[in-house]
Design a protein around this ligand. Structure first.
Ligand code: PLP
Length: 401
């Protein structure tokens, strides 16, 4: 699309659009990462990140993608041959499992159909069976971005406590942090993994691990080699608000601004806005007569909705048409869902009218692609949003710039 034809609609479930305020915060001269100005920035982002993860403990920030933070979680806490319990919720759980295999862990991978979240009862049963306490970690993806299913982490923690099992709990919040209620400390999570380019509304390039004291204790005795990802050097430097190697300074300027935006709106309001937009999206999908991939209403994702394409129609061709005709990017089906689903992202810098624009593009695209559906999805979404009128977000400062 050329300039002057309106803006691109980036409706994939991350990277998500970056607010103007964040873009402006990033767009400035680099500073000395060992100087006094950086020390203030380091202090603010390390402190601010704790508020977002809801922890009083350390949050380590890497110049990396989320995959790097996955690796940091593994190499800092586990030893080759350790047994871990993982749940097949979708593509990203499968990739994390592959990484665990490569690091020589023995993975008990509970199979799943990619339509529901990690079942706390299954986790409890697996841990109860583990009389030898061989399982060293339970590793789950909070929001499975490939399927639009959000696992119930608080219930998983309760299940682990009921089994009275000492395994570490590690949670991937890569596509949930800053969009879905999450409480690292209250839920006694040991390692929370996340990244910058989704709910935090930043460009890609920062990876995070929030760490419990139990995880730090594990990192002192585990036997996995690491250097770049080593928590101890990070934590030592972070005490003085510095980093052991060159940090992604300008992304940290952006992080400081993004945290301010989230806290100005209030995290509870941010989460409620995501819930509203997700409910409206599901209302549209149902009105079109299409199927939502997620099978469990209590696990519907506030971040994205994966829509099953009717048999005989290719979701990727549909997405290409929508991109070409309406300048909107929708999320692709990943690995075994390729061509079978498309994903609508409704996270981060998104409000009612942005969502309705996106849903209009989907509805027009369905008609243009000859996909069997009923009209009226956008109207159904408007009705759903109208039902929540009292909570509707007034024009956020972020949108007004
Ligand atoms: N985990 C989840 C749930 C994701 O959605 C993604 C990426 O979309 C990843 C892990 C991998 O993160 P990254 O691509 O930043 O390395």
């Amino acid at each position: 699309m050329s300039e002057g034809q309106g803006r691109h609609f980036l409706q994939i479930p991350g990277p998500s659009p970056v607010p103007e305020r964040v873009l402006r915060a990033i767009s400035r001269q680099v500073i000395d990462h060992r100087g006094p100005e950086f020390k203030k920035l380091g202090q603010e982002v390390l402190e601010g990140s704790r508020a977002i993860f809801k922890t009083s403990g350390p949050v380590v920030i890497y110049p990396s993608s989320g995959t790097g933070a996955w690796e940091a979680a593994i190499v800092n806490t586990l030893s080759p041959g350790d047994k871990v319990l993982m749940i097949e919720t979708g593509h990203f759980a499968t990739l994390w499992r592959r990484m665990a295999d490569r690091w020589g862990l023995t993975v008990d991978f509970v199979p799943g159909d990619w339509r529901r979240g990690a079942d706390p009862n299954v986790i409890e049963a697996k841990l109860a069976e583990d009389g030898q306490r061989a399982i060293k970690a339970v590793m789950v993806v909070h929001n499975e971005t490939s399927t639009g299913v959000t696992s119930r982490v608080a219930e998983i923690r309760k299940a682990m406590n009921r089994a009275d099992h000492p395994a570490l709990l590690m949670v991937d919040t890569i596509s949930s942090l800053g969009s879905v209620d999450y409480r690292h400390e209250e839920w006694e999570v040991d390692v929370t993994v996340s990244c910058s380019q989704k709910g935090l509304m930043l460009p890609p390039g920062l990876g995070f691990t929030a760490i419990s004291q139990k995880a730090i204790a594990a990192s002192k005795i585990n036997r996995m080699p690491r250097s770049y990802w080593d928590w101890s050097e990070m934590l030592n430097s972070n005490v003085n608000s510095f980093f052991p190697y060159t940090p992604a300074t300008n992304l940290l300027f952006g992080l400081r601004e993004a945290i301010a935006i989230l806290l100005e709106e209030g995290l509870d309001c941010v989460f409620a806005r995501h819930e509203r937009l997700a409910a409206a999206t599901r209302a549209a999908v149902r009105a079109w007569g299409l199927e939502i991939l997620c099978q469990t209403p209590s696990e519907y994702s506030p971040v994205l909705t994966a829509v099953v394409m009717p048999a005989g129609h290719d979701a990727d061709q549909f997405r290409q048409l929508v991109l070409k005709k309406y300048n909107m990017s929708l999320g692709a089906g990943l690995s075994k869902l390729a061509g079978r689903v498309f994903r609508i992202g409704h996270l981060g810098e998104c409000n009612e009218l942005v969502l309705l624009g996106a849903l209009s593009g989907v509805e027009m695209g369905l008609a243009a692609a000859g996909v069997p559906h009923r009209a009226g999805g956008v109207a159904a979404a408007m009705t759903e949003l109208g039902a929540h009128q009292a909570d509707a977000t007034p024009m956020r400062k972020v949108a007004a710039g």
